[in-house]
Design a protein around this ligand. Structure first.
Ligand code: HMG
Ligand code: NDP
Length: 432
């Protein structure tokens, strides 16, 4: 791989990007991000993931499954510009993120901050006759437990990470009787951290049994990474949201009202949060991270107070600006898992030019916020179908049998007619 300076600023706005051919776009992205030819080849070349590497990643491999990789433009987070790689099968997601980032850039972009990368692992202890006594004994042994947890992963300790604390939770009335659950809180630095904390939890189990007098059963991380929270924010003058049909003030009011429904109603919150994950998952996938872990953490966090609710808030501030915020756990790595083994994931990280897992989390949360902004802006005004179906029309044209230049021609005719359906597309192609 080319050795690349990560400190050269990226230009996140690429003029006319949407009208380019994929090869032209790739060249423009590489120029804007100062990536070499070899790096670019990891995004588009044949055999980007060689079969022998794929075969080393999971079991019973017979091939590879490809998805489109698009680049969201215009992102500014904490004053730094980013071109954001997104791997996703759904149309309008990349366009929507790019559009909202473009609007946000008028006010200086987004701000974001990740907390320390602390993960939890749980050690479940059963058969303890005195759970409260056991809790106290475990806490009395806190220092030696932490020391033992940190005795193995020298690399992590040298990086400033490692086990930092111990918590003990008691469930007096579980279906199988009283239960003591010890948590270890581990700073995993630039790893997602699952394997790291699982190893520590398994190592501590015999000590926990000796101290509590109980039987250890599960030893595994929690995906509710509630100490590894990331927050992102955007503040906008309402006039930024002006459209041909609606005043910015009206759009903002509609967005605040749309968010209010997601706050109070789990039926709406599920869809609202799905829209947020439309932005988050594609970046998580592109960087080789574990999107199931991110999904599990996000939804568990959304339900943490016993009521499933929105991961974002949209409000009007006293100064007249609209303020959008997002808060959720974000267990991402720059090392570990597939981040280092998948060549395209490595290239994606180099395109992003993030220097820590925390910085990656800040960008990913921001894309989630931007995606939510796009969805509720559309929903609160003209509705989702015009923008979404116009872009989905190319999929429909392909499904109906169009190929080559016919795809765009049929897609445009579908979008212009307002009837974006396979039946209509087949009629236009002359197949019906
Ligand atoms: C789709 C848009 C952006 C069109 O919006 P528009 O007003 O037609 O866009 P435009 O033609 O004026 O372009 C504005 C900017 O959008 C971007 N853009 C626009 N088109 C493209 C394109 N072809 N390729 C690349 N970028 C594109 C691009 O940045 C462009 O700036 P420019 O390049 O001109 O300087 C808008 O209608 C939108 O944001 N809609 C929302 C779409 C959305 O949320 N999609 C997610 C899928 S739906 C879903 O699954 C979730 C949901 C909705 O259920 C969640 C929920 O309920 O909360
Ligand atoms: N419930 C879940 O979410 C579960 C997820 N997983 C999977 O676990 C994987 C992620 O585990 P993870 O622990 O991140 O991966 P790894 O074990 O692959 O990597 C972590 C290790 O990398 C080394 N390392 C090198 N540089 C750094 C650095 N800068 N910061 C931190 N560590 C560094 C550390 O030690 P050293 O060099 O000594 O190895 C560390 O222990 C994913 O594939 C995920 O899918 C697994 C089980 C459950």
């Amino acid at each position: 791989m080319d050795s690349l300076p990560t400190n050269k600023p990226v230009r996140s706005h690429i003029i006319n990007m949407r009208h380019m051919e994929p090869a032209e776009r790739l060249a423009a992205v590489c120029t804007a991000a100062h990536l070499g030819q070899q790096e670019g080849a990891f995004f588009s070349g044949e055999g980007v993931l060689p079969l022998h590497i794929a075969n080393g990643m999971i079991e019973n491999v017979i091939g590879k499954f490809e998805l489109p990789l698009g680049i969201a433009t215009n992102f500014i987070v904490n004053g730094k510009e980013y071109l954001v790689p997104m791997v996703v099968e759904e149309p309008s997601v990349v366009a929507a993120a790019s559009y909202m980032a473009k609007l946000a850039a008028q006010g200086g972009g987004f701000s974001a901050r990740a907390e320390q990368p602390i993960m939890r692992a749980q050690i479940q202890v059963l058969g303890v006759t005195d759970p409260f006594g056991a809790k106290q004994r475990l806490l009395e042994h806190k220092e030696s437990l932490i020391e033992k947890a940190n005795s193995r992963d020298k690399v992590l300790i040298d990086l400033g990470g490692g086990c930092k604390d111990v918590e003990v939770h008691i469930f007096e009335n579980s279906p199988v009787g009283p239960m003591v659950v010890m948590h270890i809180l581990v700073d995993v630095r630039d790893a997602m951290g699952a394997n790291t904390v699982n190893t520590m939890a398994e190592m501590l189990a015999p000590d926990v049994e000796r101290i509590t007098g109980g039987k250890v059963r599960l030893r595994i991380l929690s995906n509710l990474a509630d100490l590894r929270i990331v927050r992102a924010k955007v503040e906008l003058e309402p006039s930024v949201m002006d459209t041909k049909m609606y005043s910015g003030a009206d759009v903002c009011r509609g967005m605040v009202e749309a968010c209010a429904l997601a706050i109070v109603d789990p039926y709406r919150a599920a869809t609202h949060n799905k829209g947020i994950m439309n932005g988050i998952d594609p970046v998580v996938v592109a960087t080789g991270n574990d999107w199931r872990a991110i999904e599990a953490g996000a939804h568990a966090y959304a339900a943490r107070n016993g009521h499933y609710t929105s991961l974002t808030r949209w409000e009007m501030a006293a100064n007249g600006k609209m303020v959008g915020t997002i808060e959720l756990p974000m267990a991402l790595g720059l090392v570990g898992g597939a981040t280092k083994t998948h060549p395209a994931a490595q290239a994606a990280l180099r395109l992003l030019k993030v220097s820590s897992a925390s910085e990656l989390s800040e960008v990913v949360a921001t894309v989630g916020l931007a995606q939510n902004m796009a969805a509720i802006r559309a929903l609160a005004t003209e509705g989702i179908q015009r923008g979404h179906m116009t872009l989905h029309a190319r999929n429909i044209a392909i499904t109906a049998g169009a190929s080559g230049p016919d795809i765009d021609r049929i897609a445009k005719a579908l979008a212009d007619s307002g009837d974006v359906s396979v039946t209509h597309a087949k009629r236009l192609i002359g197949k019906d």
